[in-house]
Design a protein around this ligand. Structure first.
Ligand SMILES: Cc1cc2nc3c(=O)[nH]c(=O)nc-3n(C[C@H](O)[C@H](O)[C@H](O)COP(=O)(O)OP(=O)(O)OC[C@H]3O[C@@H](n4cnc5c(N)ncnc54)[C@H](O)[C@@H]3O)c2cc1C
Length: 438
């Protein structure tokens, strides 16, 4: 460890979209700050996703207010590298003070003076504020039911890149949120036999009556919902911008040859078992889909909008056999399954952040990103302030709130009472009077 010690007012850890947004607001408000990023700007978009991933929202929506995607149709879906390029370009627009290749390894509150001592792979930093922008999706989570010893290759969706990477044979994809459903679709189109384990999900229409679902969730106020509906904690959202964007339709995937199964329950001697809840999960997803169409129709009627009717959006395909007679068990060897892909989400890693800002369950204790440890802030987490918080269009607004809070606190801390002001004034005027005496 070098002895190099830097002092900075505000340290931002992580230069994904959350860190870049934070830096923009701090720059605008004149707060001296530094962003440390262990890899590169927007690394998660660059190397942490599968090759064909495109943004889930169209380019006009999945961006920050200050910059459009260059050379991209506003209704198109940016590829993952275009998203990474976008954030790099964005950071350049305001000359963001980002240092890449620096890992923050420890943050502790100073015991004898304000602020924090930050250990990094490139020396020690003293910071008055620390903003944690390390992302909600850090550690891939594979549930404990996963088979321990098996001839089947297993990977998390974070490690999936493309169909060529997988060995010959069928694939079981566990989890049918946006990642699982897109990966399953890609593998099936590449000629693989795919089993897709479907849990509770929402599946908004990709577009309805000439408006993308991002627009609908915006005008209907759903992105701004401040609390998750009770019971929705484990409900994923199945949307896709792949191939120009289409509504996720599980019956259509089954028609293409995919076998849908219920929630994965466990493994025993090479046999995987599934909950008997496939029909219920699909029905709930349909309900969510139709409810959005209803809300959109009501919005159009109430506001007298001239948007074309789309009755065909309400047509639901007949139930496939895998839905009416669902598989409750699958012998992996007999079915020729050579790979299991766990599209089962992520958790966070705050082992380096040794401050009093966490609940008993390890989750950050905060209000709109302002943590219970004065001077520590979080941005980019799901539901930090609202439904949109972990997404590109939401994090920018949360970062603005956090930056405003930092400025308010700095104003308090910079306050000097009359005697302090006088002492400071005298100290600063002394050299002048000395010069005059010569
Ligand atoms: C598969 C997938 C697809 C998604 N698609 C979309 C989409 O289409 N639209 C959308 O709005 N959202 C999408 N999201 C959600 C979200 O926008 C992304 O996950 C986004 O990357 C989160 O940005 P972030 O800045 O909060 O975190 P990250 O992008 O993960 O950035 C955090 C950064 O912190 C760095 N870091 C971590 N720890 C340290 C440390 N100790 N020291 C230094 N640096 C550190 C990391 O290297 C990383 O670069 C998607 C998420 C996933 C998983």
């Amino acid at each position: 460890m070098t002895t190099n010690k830097t002092k900075i007012d505000t340290l931002v850890v992580g230069a994904g979209q959350a860190g870049v947004a934070m830096s923009e607001h701090l720059s605008r408000l004149g707060v001296p700050h530094l962003v440390l990023e262990r890899k590169r700007i927007a690394e998660a978009w660059r190397t942490g996703r599968w090759d064909s991933l495109v943004a889930n929202g169209p380019a006009w929506h999945d961006r920050f207010p200050g910059l459009e995607f260059e050379g991209l149709d506003p209704d198109a879906f940016a590829g993952k590298d275009q998203v990474a390029d976008y954030f790099e370009a964005y950071a350049r627009t305001f000359n963001a003070p980002i240092r890449t290749g620096v890992d923050v390894t420890q943050v502790v509150r100073n015991s004898d003076r304000p602020g924090f001592t930050v250990q990094t792979s490139d020396g020690v930093i003293e910071a008055q504020q620390v903003v944690v922008a390390t992302g909600p999706f850090q550690r891939p989570v594979i549930p404990p039911i996963a088979v321990q010893a098996s001839s089947v290759q297993q990977m998390h969706s974070a490690a999936y890149r493309n169909p060529q990477q997988l060995p010959e044979g069928a694939v079981l994809v566990v989890g049918a949120g946006s990642s699982g459903v897109q990966i399953a679709d890609e593998l099936q189109r590449a000629g693989k036999q795919v089993y897709l384990s479907v849990g509770a999900h929402d599946r908004p229409p990709r577009a309805y009556r000439n408006r993308d679902f991002c627009w609908w969730l915006g005008v209907l106020g759903e992105w701004d919902a401040e609390t998750m509906q009770p019971g929705k904690e484990h409900v994923t959202i199945a949307v896709s911008g792949a191939r120009g964007g289409h509504t996720v339709d599980f019956r259509k995937l089954a028609q293409q040859g995919m076998t849908l199964v219920g929630l994965t329950k466990g493994f025993d001697n090479g046999v995987v078992s599934f909950e008997a809840n496939l029909a219920e999960n699909i029905a709930r997803g349909d309900e969510n889909y139709l409810a959005l169409l209803d809300a959109a129709d009501a919005y159009i009627a109430r506001n007298g909008l001239n948007l074309p009717e789309e009755p065909q959006a309400r047509e639901i395909l007949p139930d496939p056999q895998c839905l009416t007679q669902p598989l409750l068990e699958l012998d992996l060897a007999k079915a020729g399954v050579s790979t299991i892909i766990w599209a089962t989400g992520y958790s966070v890693d705050y082992s380096w952040l040794q401050v009093d800002a966490f609940k008993d369950n390890g989750k950050p204790k905060h209000q709109r990103g302002v943590s219970s440890e004065p001077g520590v802030y979080f941005v980019g987490l799901p539901w930090l302030s609202r439904r949109g918080s972990a997404f590109i269009w939401g994090v920018w607004h949360d970062a603005k709130h956090v930056a405003d809070h930092i400025v308010k606190q700095r104003t308090y801390l910079n306050y000097r009472d009359a005697s302090q002001r006088q002492a400071e004034h005298q100290a600063s005027s002394q050299p002048v009077s000395l010069m005059g005496a010569r």
